[in-house]
Design a protein around this ligand. Structure first.
Ligand code: SAH
Ligand code: DHB
Ligand code: MG
Length: 222
């Protein structure tokens, strides 16, 4: 047998443990029809986010970077009927596609997509002084990841989880000389996580349908 590729292995895992889901397939099709880039989390990663949110009984989730709402749907299913997902998206076009996808998925009522630069929406959310978020998923412009984690700290509580997508970028994050802006942002984020006493963190590398990348995972400890 030849060595299966990351993609083949992901396809097998998804076939066995994630399964066909017409709502999610339709979401990806609507994204493609709308001309959105195919940079959603993978199916296996989406299910991971979903299980993680359920594992901590998350009722309030904040997402930064909605795109077409693929990851939002996975998270919205996890918080249940009485939970809430607030998702921040810069592009009005992406937000419109996402809102339609969330409605079609039957989770529109528990989701709120806020349009604008996240660094402008986050102070508004803080000023509203709602309940803290149980989980924050950061997946927008990577250059602002450290800023987003700073905001996430203000909007969470001890025991909350902060996840950041795309910090590994084909391993470029470990290269101190890298000129890849996303990998540089990954290094800056890791420096920040290391220095931040209110967080305990690791990075989990991932391979699969989306190539080689990884999530930063941080626990709010105080
Ligand atoms: N979480 C999505 C993928 C998000 S892709 C999923 O897995 O399905 C990244 C998204 O972040 C894009 O839609 C992009 O428009 C948005 N984005 C980029 N810069 C942003 C900013 N400054 N504020 C809010 N959203 C931003
Ligand atoms: C890319 C992947 C992502 O998951 C993302 O959020 C942004 C960009 C990419 O591969 O370019
Ligand atoms: Mg991403």
């Amino acid at each position: 047998m030849t060595t299966p590729s990351w993609q083949d292995t992901d396809a097998y895992i998804v076939e066995q443990l994630v399964g066909d889901d017409s709502v999610l397939t339709d979401t990806l099709q609507a994204n493609a029809d709308g001309g959105l880039p195919a940079i959603d989390v993978s199916a296996a990663q989406g299910k991971f986010l979903h299980l993680l949110a359920r594992s901590v009984n998350a009722m309030r989730v904040l997402e930064i970077g909605t795109l077409g709402g693929y990851s939002t749907i996975w998270l919205a299913r996890a918080v249940g009927e009485f939970g809430r997902v607030v998702s921040l998206e810069f592009s009005p076009k992406h937000a419109a596609v996402a809102r339609a996808n969330l409605a079609a998925a039957g989770v529109g009522d528990r989701c709120e997509v806020r349009v604008g630069a996240a660094l402008e929406s986050l102070p508004v959310i803080a000023a509203e002084a709602g309940e803290p978020f149980d989980l924050v998923f950061i997946d927008a412009d990577k250059e602002n990841n450290s800023n987003y984690v700073e905001w996430a700290l203000r909007l969470t509580k001890q025991g909350s989880i902060i996840l950041v997508d795309n910090v590994v970028r084909d391993g470029a994050v470990a290269d101190p000389e890298t000129t890849n802006p996303q990998a540089r942002a990954g290094r800056e984020l890791i420096d920040m996580l290391k220095a931040e006493p209110r967080l305990d963190a690791t990075v989990l590398q991932t391979v699969g349908a989306k190539g080689w990348d990884g999530f930063a995972y941080a626990l709010v400890t105080s």
